[in-house]
Design a binder for this molecule. Structure first.
Ligand SMILES: Cc1ncc(C[n+]2csc(CCOP(=O)(O)OP(=O)(O)O)c2C)c(N)n1
Ligand SMILES: [Mg+2]
Length: 904
């Protein structure tokens, strides 16, 4: 027996013997839907036993998930809401249009918000809570919204109607540098810190950050740091945007951790920038399959209420069949070409369908809405999503890109539309009934009705009921006091000759911080499956791994001291192998001081190679979001990370860190340097409120950690201090240095060894400097330089690097485990008699699998190469003979004809 239209569900369609079963099933369902589910599940199992296996399908029929019978009536005044939405549409469009008339090429987007308006407005009128009210009337914090970034004009237009933004603001959309408040192109907390919370416009950043935000909210709740509230995280995502790996790559976390505080709304306008998202398929089906497979509650909103009467007459399922014959490219063409074309090509395929719409005018057919433009359908979908328990929900809403812009609707080029023609403007005003005279329409003048107009009163009242306007960003009064440096005395005292790595040292500092009565609870250790690499077993034992289900098994190592401990209120975020996910957690935690009014101190520890170059855009967004915290790049350094080779050895992360304006980066060699930086970082970010975050490299090379010398703190923090003067060495020199050696991280030890070689073998005295941050030194230098440039009449100021080096003579050999471009940034301030004093050694080129001695020789950053570079330079300056320098290279075991590692 075969069934033509399986799943159509129209009883008349079933053969008699099947219809009886269906009827029996209906009776079971009448007794409760749960009974129906139970029966189907039992049948499925029985079927499997009998060898009857249903084909695996993750997508359902191409129609709305919520049937008309299940729909609740709309709770608001739809007519007023439509008028409000029309005004917002107009103001958004007028703002972008006007600005592009005034300043051609300034850009902006019209058609995305045009597709999103109903999806946002239903939320604003009925769902988005700025605050909740608790059972006994107390105020509870509200929802978070991740907006589709390039739909910002609509968010501004609403804020304008609400009176939060002025005409002046709208005039300065994308004009941020005019001395008056401007509106940033997209959601940027850095640029509009009292408005936006979450940077989203780089596609994919919003979705992944929203998922981990939802998880972090539960983490704070389960750890008892914040109260559990009904609040939600709403993420508005473009359908084209879902192609980004960041958009979908983390969705399984949502179901795994039962994040029913998370709602995705995917604006399926079927288009991206160049054309259709899936011309030859249906993006909705694809997304339904992906999200269903990942365990999300999927709610499809495809067709508007005006299709309902047609579906009601579709007793044999032909209309639905016709829809399923179409691909997105077809739907776009029908929308773009309008009613007459649709009648001919869509309905016209089957005489029964043509008959079905024979009383419809072409205009009526043109205006058959997609579900995402129907407030009733959207309201019901949102309500179901909000009430869903046990996992996240996704609303797949089908919309029209450029909705209401007749000449641009659903056309491939609509994304780039910035301006309307005069006819387009007039038509827009007419279609959306904007009550303004023609000349104002043609001048694209924003319009705000009087405060006492029904629209304004209604809008303000709705927002008042939902706790206020959104988005807004605010800051708590203060953070907390950082522990003083004496709290870290264990590390400033040195290791007593014991060889340890800075990674091991850091882990012990972390354990100490976790015990701190004031800030221990605020520390969030984050690790993407590298905890053991960093020796974190003891931290796992100490504070546990966060696991919303606790530990449902007995770990095999339970009897051991350092067993794998998972707990509901565990403190560590053990992310598994996802640097992007870990960075998203770091972002949620790093913003917590503002989003939750709960300053948290995240320490994100990871393989430094898989940091900035892998998740650079998320790090950039973290900075935009004014995130605070510590990124701890472990197993750092191209030659210090031994054995792993080309893909693992990081010689660039400090260069990349330097590109982020608020990222303060350090490359400490010793534990006392590390704790000075950590202490100051906590003080700056959490006590003082500086807008910055830290990148600190840590290494796996073991060596003795010296005690902190007197008077080096300022130098450590500013980026350089003299670690060992030439006079410290008893050798055949007169003690006055003629060469300066810069070293950073473990390469400082190579510089120290070079100092000895130079003294003992060549009677050349050298000072050794620890450079903890080339980036900070350069930032100070270019700021000083700028001041000098702008104040030519005043006494010239000296840069810190020049001041620090005052009196230090001779060439400078700078060696680090990073690319040469890192020390080179100081070249402008290291000149003497028209020549740069700097000779840079670094690890340009691809890594190799070998041990440290070989790697450092290959990359020419070992002590011998440093000493050789100093001698060669001294010979160029006429201080020693060229021949002597050349033979010194031989003596040092340097192969002058070896292949350049930068190109090897
Ligand atoms: C990572 C990244 N790549 C490219 C862009 C440029 N861009 C901006 S909007 C857009 C198209 C977006 O399409 P979709 O997500 O479907 O949103 P729609 O405008 O259709 O709602 C692109 C490619 C971007 N913002 N971010
Ligand atoms: Mg799209």
């Amino acid at each position: 027996m075969t069934m033509k239209n399986e799943e159509v569900g129209a009883k008349g369609e079933f053969p008699a013997e099947v219809a009886e079963w269906v009827e029996a099933f209906d009776q079971v369902v009448a007794g409760g839907k749960a009974n129906g589910v139970e029966l189907l599940e039992a049948l499925r199992l029985r079927g499997r036993e009998s060898g009857v296996i249903l084909p695996y399908r993750l997508s359902t029929r191409f129609r709305n998930t919520i049937s008309t019978e299940e729909e609740l009536p709309y709770p608001g005044d739809m007519d007023i809401e439509r008028r409000i939405k029309s005004l917002i549409r107009w103001n958004a469009m007028a703002m972008v249009h006007g600005q592009n008339k005034k300043d051609p090429g300034i850009g902006g987007h019209i058609s995305t918000y045009a597709s999103l308006a109903t999806l946002l407005e239903v939320g604003y009128s009925h769902f988005f809570h700025a605050k909740y009210t608790g059972e006994d009337g107390q105020e509870l914090p509200g929802d978070f919204i991740y907006f589709q970034g390039h739909a910002s004009p609509g968010v501004y237009a609403r804020a304008y109607l609400e009176g939060r933004l002025t005409d002046e603001h709208l005039k300065n959309y994308r004009h941020e540098l005019r001395g008056t408040p401007g509106l940033s192109s997209y959601p940027h907390p850095w640029l509009m810190p009292e408005f936006w919370n979450f940077p989203t416009v780089s596609m994919g950043i919003g979705p992944i950050n929203a998922i981990y935000q939802a998880r972090f909210m539960r983490y704070l709740e389960n750890r008892g740091l914040i109260e559990r509230t009904p609040r939600k995280i709403w993420a508005f995502v473009g359908d084209g945007e879902t192609d980004e790996v960041e958009s979908l790559g983390a969705i399984s976390l949502g179901a795994r951790e039962k994040l029913d505080n998370l709602i995705f709304v995917i604006n399926c306008n079927l288009q991206r920038l160049d054309g259709p998202v899936r011309g030859n398929k249906r993006i909705v089906d694809e997304l339904e399959g992906v999200f269903t497979g990942a365990g999300w509650n999927v709610i499809k909103v495809l067709w508007g209420s005006d299709w309902d009467p047609l579906f009601a007459r579709d007793t044999n399922g032909l209309l639905l069949k016709r829809m399923e014959e179409c691909v997105d490219g077809d739907f776009q063409t029908y929308k773009a070409k309008g009613g007459a074309y649709s009648r001919q090509h869509f309905f016209g395929k089957y005489p029964e369908l043509l008959e079905m719409v024979k009383d419809y005018t072409d205009e009526q057919l043109t205006n058959l809405h997609r579900g995402g433009h129907d407030p009733v359908k959207v309201f019901n979908a949102y309500k179901r999503a909000v009430e869903h328990r046990g996992g996240p929900s996704v609303v797949l809403a089908m919309t029209v890109k450029g909705f209401g812009m007749a000449a641009a609707e659903s056309r491939n080029a609509t994304h780039s539309e910035k301006k309307l023609t005069d006819e387009g403007l007039a038509a827009f005003v007419k279609r959306f009934k904007i009550p303004i005279p023609e000349e104002q329409a043609l001048a694209a003048t924003p319009y705000r009705p009087p405060q006492d107009s029904p629209e304004m009163v209604y809008m303000q009242e709705r927002r008042r009921m939902l706790g206020g306007v959104m988005p807004t960003r605010s800051l708590p009064a203060a953070g907390f006091k950082a522990p003083g440096l004496d709290y870290f005395s264990e590390w400033t005292a040195g290791s007593n000759g014991r060889a340890v790595s800075t990674t091991m040292g850091f882990v012990s500092v972390l354990r100490h911080l976790l015990k701190n009565p004031e800030i221990g609870q605020r520390v969030v250790p984050i690790v993407p499956d590298e905890g053991r690499t960093f020796g974190m077993e003891s931290v796992i034992r100490q504070v546990g791994i966060y696991a919303p289900e606790g530990q449902r098994y007995t770990p095999h190592d339970k009897e051991m001291l350092l067993f794998y401990r998972e707990e509901l209120d565990g403190q560590i975020l053990e992310e598994g192998i996802t640097e992007a996910g870990a960075m998203a957690s770091f972002t949620a935690a790093g913003q917590a001081y503002s989003t939750y009014k709960m300053p948290m101190i995240p320490f994100y520890m990871y393989y430094s190679m898989f940091g900035f170059q892998r998740i650079g855009d998320l790090a950039w967004a973290f900075a935009d979001a004014r995130g605070r915290g510590f990124m701890m790049g472990g197993t750092a350094g191209r030659t210090t990370m031994l054995g792993e080779g080309l893909q693992h050895q990081d010689g660039q992360s400090h260069v990349l860190a330097s590109t982020i304006p608020t990222c303060v980066s350090y490359d400490p060699a010793f534990m006392y340097e590390m704790v000075v930086v950590l202490q100051d970082g906590i003080r700056r970010m959490y006590e003082k409120g500086d807008e910055c975050f830290y990148y600190i490299t840590m290494y796996n090379e073991d060596y003795a950690m010296p005690a902190m010398p007197e008077g080096v703190q300022e130098g450590i923090l500013r980026g350089i201090y003299k670690y060992r003067a030439a006079t410290a060495l008893a050798a055949g020199t007169n003690g006055e240095a003629t060469v300066q050696l810069f070293g950073s991280g473990p390469i400082l030890n190579e510089a120290l060894r070079a100092q000895e070689i130079l003294a003992q073998k060549f009677q050349i005295a050298a000072d050794v400097w620890s450079v903890t941050s080339y980036t900070e030194l350069r930032r100070e230098a270019i700021a000083t330089e700028r001041w000098n440039r702008l104040h030519p009449a005043e006494a010239e100021r000296k840069t810190y690097i020049e001041t620090a080096l005052a009196g230090a003579k001779g060439p400078i050999v700078a060696a680090s485990d990073y690319m040469k471009s890192l020390p080179d940034v100081l070249a402008p301030w290291l000149q003497s008699e028209g020549r740069c004093r700097l000779v840079t050694l670094g690890t340009d080129g691809f890594g190799r699998s070998d041990n440290r001695a070989h790697l450092r020789r290959h990359f020419e950053v070992n002590a011998e190469s440093i000493a050789g570079a100093a001698l060669a330079r001294l010979s160029r300056e006429g201080k020693i003979k060229g021949k002597k320098a050349q033979s010194a290279l031989v003596e040092l075991g340097i192969d002058a004809e070896a292949k350049d590692p930068a190109r090897a």
